[in-house]
Design a protein around this ligand. Sequence first.
Ligand code: ACO
Length: 153
Amino acid sequence: MNLPTTELLQKDKEIPYDLLLLADESIGAIQKYIHQSDIYVYRHDGKIIGTYVMQAVDDHTIEIKNIAVDQSFQGHGIGRKLLGDAIDRAKEKGFKRIIIGTGNASIKQLYLYQKVGFEIYDIKRGFFLDNYPEPIFENGIQLKHMVMLEMDL
Ligand code: ACO
């Protein structure tokens, strides 16, 4: 498979909520950041099968708020390439640091983010207990804490 050339989704285009919902629990949660963020999409045969969302935290730091690959295309290296693409774009925009957060039970994500060079710098304890009405489980482990990872650019 040819791997990512991503494009910035224009503001008047339909937001790919189906994909974003793979990474976040609800449309309400996504709407808290999506309108102040840039959405990058990756297409295969014209269809959006990958996306990531970035939002500046301040002049120095940018955060990947959401990254998702269509389930039938996962495990083919697209997620890793999208992360590389996000890092390149963050550098081009002049940011010096990029951050990303994931749940304590999100083993694959924790593996992938550290494999591409992110390092854990903080744990937001109780984040998922405080912000989500129902318990969430991944890999048979309850999501409780948000693990924050960073990379200097
Ligand atoms: N367990 C452990 N590692 C795995 C698994 C698994 N089940 N599946 C794949 N991997 C490994 C791969 O082997 C690969 O490692 P390698 O290159 O050393 O072999 C690595 O994970 C990355 O694999 P990719 O194929 O590049 O990743 P993929 O295209 O599947 O995308 C992503 C990863 C974006 C996390 C995707 O699985 C996804 O959309 N998941 C659902 C949404 C989600 O959880 N998004 C992140 C939430 S956090 C946030 O958005 C800020």
